[in-house]
Write a new protein. Structure first.
Length: 344
């Protein structure tokens, strides 16, 4: 019994230490995302998480360009961003009204940003623009499926090509300090639920694009860091719109996720960037979902991420059983999806 107790005590200490590793490294590590004096461009920044990101980066000393379609919302957001400036005399702020789903929208945004920024490309580009249209797949029009890919994937892919063409131009490599390109995906890319079949594939494609670009950028010898953020539920105006079309089963499967405010999601994401993380999640639920899906992506912390993936590999055997069981039960109770009340 004494020997067993000793083993469990040692095991508890080891596990506790592993759990604390991310916090310890974040506490003593150098800030790897210092935006003070830098120019940052944020898409989807007129409301929600994008606006919170812009405000919090202004608080850290960045000059910020916010991008969205609605001029009225952009003007309101820009006032908030300006008010958050830590050095109002040196920081500058601008908005660009643009639709980043348009084929040449990203090129125009970068061109306007460079012109405003005294001929220099932004130091950081953060693609936050995106939206979900949850629905039963067979009840979803092809136009909505394509719209979901446009706003959630092509908005990132096109922006990446536009800004990397500037950062990786022959005469630009190695000049102007470190750059950061940040995509915003979703935890739905790790574990897509029923109702997100038109949304999750676009978010998963972002991760593949990020992994490929992180490797391809090495060809240029440039100091460019790729990151992808995977938010969970955000209690924002976007969620209100999502809930209008969200199937009942999707509500049920998500009931364990209380969601975070845009400010909290932005703060957690920025903290991950400051810690130098590559795949960034906010909260332990996000860590669990990420742990099951690392694949060949670069780890944030090899020891912690590998340990967690071992544990989740066991737990993940039971999670699909539970979730799939809920879907089957829902189907038996509510009948064929074609009979569900239509949501517009």
């Amino acid at each position: 019994m004494a020997l067993d107790l000793g083993i469990w005590t040692i095991a508890s200490v080891v596990v506790g230490f592993l759990v604390l590793i991310p916090s310890i490294m974040g506490l003593f590590g150098k800030n790897k995302f210092d935006v003070n004096g830098k120019t940052v461009l944020v898409t989807g920044a007129s409301e929600g998480m994008g606006r919170s990101v812009a405000v919090q980066l202004a608080q850290r000393g960045a000059s910020v360009i916010i991008v969205a379609r609605n001029v009225g919302k952009l003007e309101e957001a820009l006032d908030l961003v300006k008010a958050a400036a830590s050095n109002p005399s040196s920081q500058r702020f601008q908005y660009i009204s643009a639709d980043v789903t348009e084929e040449n929208g990203s090129e125009r945004v970068i061109a306007e940003a460079i012109a405003w920024n005294n001929g220099q490309a932004p130091d950081v580009v953060w693609c936050v623009a995106g939206s979900a249209h949850p629905s039963i797949y067979l009840e979803t029009s092809r136009s909505i499926k394509r719209q979901q890919m446009d706003i959630n994937y092509w908005s990132c892919a096109d922006m990446a090509q536009a800004i990397l063409s500037e950062w990786l131009a022959p005469g630009a490599v190695g000049k102007g300090g470190q750059k950061h390109l940040i995509f915003t995906s979703s935890v739905a890319a790790f574990y897509p639920l029923a109702g997100y079949a038109s949304y999750a594939p676009a978010k998963a494609a972002i991760k593949c694009l990020s992994d490929s670009l992180a490797q391809e950028i090495l060809l240029y010898g440039a100091d460019i860091k790729m990151h992808t953020v995977f938010p969970g539920t955000i209690n924002s105006p976007g969620l209100i719109n999502e809930n209008k079309t969200k199937p009942g089963i999707t509500f049920q499967l998500e009931e364990g996720d209380p969601g975070l405010t845009p400010d909290d999601m932005a703060a957690g994401s920025i903290k991950g960037l400051e810690n130098g993380e590559y795949l960034i999640v906010v909260g332990f639920l996000g860590q669990i979902m990420r742990a099951a899906c690392w694949g060949c992506s670069p780890r944030n912390n090899w020891l912690w991420d590998t340990f967690l993936s071992w544990i989740i590999a066991i737990a993940w055997f039971f999670v699909p059983i539970d979730m799939d069981g809920k879907v089957r039960k829902y189907g038996k109770k509510h009948g064929h999806p074609s009979t569900y009340p239509k949501k517009n």
